[in-house]
Design a protein around this ligand. Structure first.
Ligand code: SF4
Ligand code: SF4
Length: 742
């Protein structure tokens, strides 16, 4: 070993020792913070599926690849990072000796070949990612981007380190080629050989370049160790765990569909015995999230994909799912010293720690602990109420998040405390909650008018109990029973089912609200009350039937989601389909035959709770396509091809603004979400905007009318479009018999 190598070895060892010590300390801190969260035993079930899903999403980049260029570039950078680690390890042999290399594999041509090409593609990819970050920088002319609010220096720093380390890897190899210490052939390592051709024959160059490479890598480790909230770097390690522990690993779109039940001490809360002084009602303190919640916050990469899709953010509301997660993360880590010292409030609001325990806690941590989780800027709140109540629970954030953060669950958990304990929520929603409690529907309509929609139909709609047998229980829903536009859909569906010879029955006055608006606003108590009653009624209606024969068809995606995905939490297991699924099946099997083509072009708005939350994308398109073609389409693909798609469709569909009980709240901030969506629909030039949800129908109709375009564009349910094609005369009759309200 020469004198240069002695120096490079000592320096490499010293900086590595410091970096590793700081990194171990940082990991311990992070684990301690995450462990502050509440227990969640459900995250440890089904480890086989969890492992498979985690490998598919990380190694396969299944979620990232939806963003094709970024996803592909990120994949190479990720693989480059793993290979890079081997090359950094190799550098430790090179600081000791210019002829050194990785033992065992270092001499394999395959190793040389793979590392060379991953290195080259890694450099290209990181340059692409840097270019994308620069192009979308929030300070660019033209305003906000998905990176608005992200800590930009951290992203640039991480990308610069990756680029520098990759480049140094080639410089080392180049010096080895120039000094004739490189074993791999030119065909396998062309860039290294090309560099070797221009670099001097200088042994010391190998060790110096290796030292620089180690120094850059260890500087990166030191910087991230000193910044435990630097998710853009830490996600490289945390993402594997966050994906492994996600809520429902076997489900496409985990974190969507059902909401988690209200939990206390890791168990679902039973409202018959629950006591707010002993049981946790939602989340009022950051440590009341589960440990998975705290892991979610720690893992956020600040990529802003969620933000770019959020309807609230895109219409000028203060909510950005990314900024919400970052606020919770920063608050958790700033408050952690206080909590780790034993601090915290019990469920009655009393301080748990003694003065002696808190004596040495940093004042900043104590000040952070005093912040209300939900509060305005004047109150020093972590999350502003306007942020909390702007969410439509559309799930676009969850859908897009590459590391499976479960935003909607966290938002609803915070709402639950505000509603159940603080009685603090937008006052206009109070009427809806009172109506649910007293009348069993959000409008407060008399229960004995639930069957009014059946009047004037030229066939009998039987109630459960009045018929011997029925294939489907037709869940009408409150909108379908009471709201004028939705009643037209209900009548259209009933007519089509009757036409197709499908036997069905309704609950009539036995039905109450599914509880979706109560649950999404955070009133779990009212949800449980309604849901338990419905589960009882439905179990009675299906008594003696196995699950596959307990079939329900619903026209409202919110009911469809709640009955199908959430009633199981209360002992109600049913096979629930949306009417568009059943209609698509009836058309495909020839039981309904569209004959009259639909003129003027049709576009389709995906309801969030049908599409994103439940992955029903194709059936409504197939129904519409067959109606557009008037039966001329032969295959499912043909049927779906007659539509004019909006730019934001299917998984990336844009919310109408009504979900998350926003239907019953005023939209006072920013542009109205429904107007934004209507503008997009109208820009397609289609004369018919088809929907599959009564709330979407109301919102988009309001948007069209607000723009004074009611004469040019019609918003109408998929079922009504199909009915016009199957039974043009009857549909016309239905149109004139009951004019659209509003
Ligand atoms: S659920 Fe929708 S509205 Fe709520 S934060 Fe996510 S993207 Fe925004
Ligand atoms: S998409 Fe996920 S990782 Fe990216 S900013 Fe949003 S929450 Fe963070």
């Amino acid at each position: 070993m020469g004198s240069v190598q002695i120096v490079t070895t000592i320096l490499a060892a010293a900086i590595t020792a410091v970096a590793v010590w700081l990194a171990v300390r940082a990991v311990m801190k992070m684990v301690a913070v995450i462990r502050l969260g509440q227990p969640d035993p459900s995250r440890f079930t089904d480890r086989g599926t969890r492992t498979k899903t985690m490998l598919a999403e990380t190694a396969g980049h299944t979620r990232m690849l939806r963003w094709s260029v970024v996803g592909a570039a990120h994949w190479f950078v990720m693989v480059g990072f793993i290979v890079l680690s081997l090359l950094v390890l190799e550098a430790y042999f090179e600081v000791v000796s210019p002829t050194g290399g990785l033992p065992l594999v270092g001499g394999w041509v395959l190793y040389g070949l793979v590392t060379e090409w991953i290195g080259i593609l890694g450099i290209v990819s990181i340059l692409v990612l840097i270019a994308i970050r620069v192009r979308n920088r929030p300070t660019r002319p033209g305003g906000r981007s998905r990176f608005t609010g992200s800590t930009m220096w951290q992203g640039y720093f991480v990308e610069a380190v990756v680029l520098a380390v990759l480049i140094m890897g080639f410089v080392i190899r180049g010096f080895k080629v120039a000094t004739d210490h490189f074993e791999h052939p030119t065909w396998a390592t062309p860039l290294s050989h090309a560099l070797g051709g221009v670099l001097p024959d200088w042994d010391t160059g190998v060790s110096l370049a290796a030292l620089i490479k180690i120094a850059i890598s260890m500087t990166w480790l030191i910087v991230i160790a000193l910044n435990v909230t630097m998710g853009v770097a830490w996600h490289r390690f945390l993402a594997f765990f966050n994906i492994f522990f996600k809520r429902d690993p076997g489900r496409v779109g985990s974190g969507l569909g059902a909401l988690r039940p209200m939990m206390s001490e890791g168990k679902p809360l039973d409202f018959e015995e629950a006591d707010p002084e002993k049981d946790q009602f939602g989340v009022a303190q950051v440590e009341q999230f589960t440990w998975k919640g705290l892991l979610d916050f720690s893992t956020c990469t600040e990529c802003g994909r969620c933000q770019s899709q959020c309807p609230a953010w895109n219409t000028g509301k203060p909510l950005s799912p990314k900024l919400l997660v970052l606020s919770l993360r920063d608050h958790a880590y700033a408050k952690a010293p206080y909590l780790l010292a034993g601090g915290g409030k019990d469920l009655t609001g009393e301080e748990k720690a003694t003065a002696a325990q808190l004596a040495h806690v940093d004042v900043l941590a104590l000040a952070e602990a005093d912040k209300p989780l939900i509060g305005t800027a004047e109150e020093g709140g972590v999350i502003d109420p306007d942020v909390l109540w702007s969410c439509t629970t559309c799930g676009a954030c969850v859908e897009q998040c590459p590391v499976d953060i479960e935003h909607v669950d966290h938002i609803v958990d915070m709402r639950r405390y505000q509603v159940l304990i603080e009685s603090s929520f937008p006052s206009e929603a109070g009427v809806m909650l009172r109506n649910l409690e007293n009348k069993g529907n959000p409008w407060g309509a008399p229960q004995n008018t639930r069957e009014d929609w059946t009047k004037g139909l030229d066939f009998e709609v039987p109630r459960v109990g009045e018929v011997e047998d029925f294939e489907y229980l037709f869940w009408v829903g409150c909108a379908g029973a009471f709201e004028d536009r939705a009643k037209k859909t209900t009548r259209a569906v009933a007519t089509l089912l009757n036409e197709a010879g499908v036997t069905f029955a309704i609950l009539g006055e036995g039905e109450t609200c599914s509880g979706d608006p109560a649950r999404r606003i955070g009133n779990e108590f009212v949800f449980q009350m309604l849901a338990q009653q419905n589960v009882e009624t439905l179990n009675e209606a299906f008594e003696g039937r196995e699950k596959s024969k307990r079939k329900i068809v619903a026209t409202c995606p919110h009911c469809f989601n709640t009955l199908g995905n959430e009633y199981g939490q209360l002992g109600g297991e049913f096979e629930v389909v949306h009417h568009t699924q059943l209609l698509a099946h009836l058309v495909a099997t020839g039981r309904l035959t569209p004959v009259q083509p639909v003129d003027g072009g049709v576009t389709y708005h995906d309801p969030c709770y049908l599409g994103r939350h439940n992955r029903v994308f194709a059936p409504p398109r197939e129904v519409l396509g067959s109606a557009v073609a008037g039966g001329a389409a032969e295959s499912g693909a043909d049927r779906a091809s007659g539509l004019i798609e909006m730019p934001r469709n299917s998984e990336r569909s844009f919310c109408c603004g009504a979900g998350g009980a926003r239907m019953w709240m005023e939209e006072k901030i920013g542009k109205r979400i429904n107007v934004d969506r209507v503008e997009e629909a109208m820009a397609t030039g289609a004369k018919t905007v088809a929907v599959g949800c009564p709330f979407c129908s109301t919102m988009l109709n309001d948007g069209v009318n607000g723009k004074g375009a009611g004469e040019q564009v019609e918003v109408v349910d998929v079922a009504s479009v199909l009915l016009r094609s199957v039974k043009p005369e009857q549909a016309q009759g239905d149109k004139t018999a009951e004019p659209v309200a509003g």
